[in-house]
Design a protein around this ligand. Structure first.
Ligand SMILES: NC(=O)c1ccc[n+]([C@@H]2O[C@H](COP(=O)([O-])OP(=O)(O)OC[C@H]3O[C@@H](n4cnc5c(N)ncnc54)[C@H](OP(=O)(O)O)[C@@H]3O)[C@@H](O)[C@H]2O)c1
Length: 330
């Protein structure tokens, strides 16, 4: 089969389009013909490599998969369309789980076929196209998990970093559907206009404005009920600073680094909560599908690349040149 393989860690040039062996069916696993695989920032972490995180080479990236079943399996029939819940038990003490196509033992979806545990497949929601369904398993699921755990209700206020990112654009769409007042951050006029179209109430241009002062201005000096922070080291101090008393900071990412300096006194004196989010559960993925159907939400897709052009897709994400999800058509 055709696949995009990495044989070592490095830049986009380590992504190699080649012929590899098809997966051999294993007990309690299913093989899917991959139709679409979305790109996530996680793919860049895996491609680059992270300290103490192992990959056995050659490795196939890709954890956001929509595909077609090659054979009957349990109540699923051959040729049924499914999506893949990407988390599997890590087997490592105190580490919740590993992710298919990322660090861990499973090859991913930058390939014509992929093998995944039977228990990880979910029927593709029929109200979504294959392209739309493939983007929900990582960034949308994590955004949904953070929204649920924020306990934010209609008219509560939320700061969402990175309007154009997978996680940020997902969080904006889902938060607006819950009636939350959304303040978001973007870095140029094109992204600001797209964030407006997505429904954000206030957009801060991070290339020009002091973000803390802007958030305080929009919240009449009170601060926000919650912040969704996937950016990490550079934004944590601001995220904590703009929280109101008792506010919640939901953290899932470290795009700008994993070691932040925060003001601990500020944190405890405002009785803030810092909540970590690692994907979400399989039942949360199902509840996300239902919520999106109920609220008629379509995920935002930026662009679609052919599998052989995975390098260009990675480059686009690394330049933060997207608004919404980048996907591969297999
Ligand atoms: N914990 C989990 O389960 C989980 C799940 C999904 C994602 N994540 C993590 O969440 C992060 C986002 O993932 P993604 O796929 O959505 O990434 P992405 O689409 O590549 O987006 C990256 C975002 O970071 C923003 N950014 C970069 N530098 C910034 C800075 N100095 N200040 C403010 N914003 C900055 C970019 O905004 P500009 O365009 O304005 O630069 C862009 O919006 C990644 O670190 C990913 O690994 C974690």
């Amino acid at each position: 089969m055709k696949a995009v393989v990495i044989r070592k860690h490095g830049g986009p040039d380590v992504l190699s389009y080649e012929d590899v062996k098809n997966p051999t069916p294993k007990k309690d696993h299913v093989v899917l013909k991959v139709d679409y695989c979305a790109i996530n920032h996680l793919d860049i972490w895996v491609r680059n490599g992270l300290p103490r995180k192992k990959v056995s080479f050659p490795h196939i990236l890709g954890c956001d998969i929509c595909g077609t079943l090659v054979d009957d399996s349990g109540s699923f029939k051959k040729n049924e369309k499914v999506v893949v819940y990407p988390a599997v038990e890590s087997g490592v003490p105190r580490v919740s789980y590993s992710i298919i196509g990322a660090f861990g033992k499973y090859q991913g979806g930058y390939a014509e076929f992929v093998q995944v545990p039977q228990e990880n497949i979910i029927r593709k929601p029929p109200w979504l196209t294959d392209e739309e369904a493939c983007v929900l398993n990582i960034s949308y699921l994590t955004a949904w998990n953070m929204l649920e755990r924020s306990d934010c209700k209609k008219n509560d206020t939320m700061l969402i970093w990175g309007a154009n990112s997978g996680v940020g654009s997902a969080a904006i769409l889902l938060a607006k559907a819950k009636g939350i007042q959304v303040i978001t951050v973007a870095s140029d006029i094109k992204k600001i206009n797209q964030a407006k179209k997505l429904g954000a109430d206030n957009i801060i241009d991070r290339s020009k404005s002091d973000i803390s002062s802007e958030v305080l201005k929009y919240t009449k000096n009170e601060g926000v009920d919650a912040v969704i922070d996937h950016v990490g080291a550079k934004t944590w101090p601001i995220s904590l600073n703009v929280l109101k008393i008792g506010g919640k900071m939901l953290a899932c990412g470290t795009t700008t680094g994993s070691e932040a300096t925060i003001n601990i006194r500020e944190f405890y004196s405002k009785e803030a909560h810092i909540i970590g989010a690692y994907l979400g559960t399989k039942s949360q993925l199902v509840s996300l599908h239902k919520f999106m159907k109920l609220k008629r939400i379509k995920p935002l897709i930026d662009s679609t690349y052919k599998l052989k052009d995975a390098r260009q897709a990675h480059e686009k994400m690394e330049q933060s040149n997207q608004f919404g999800k980048i996907i591969l058509k297999i």
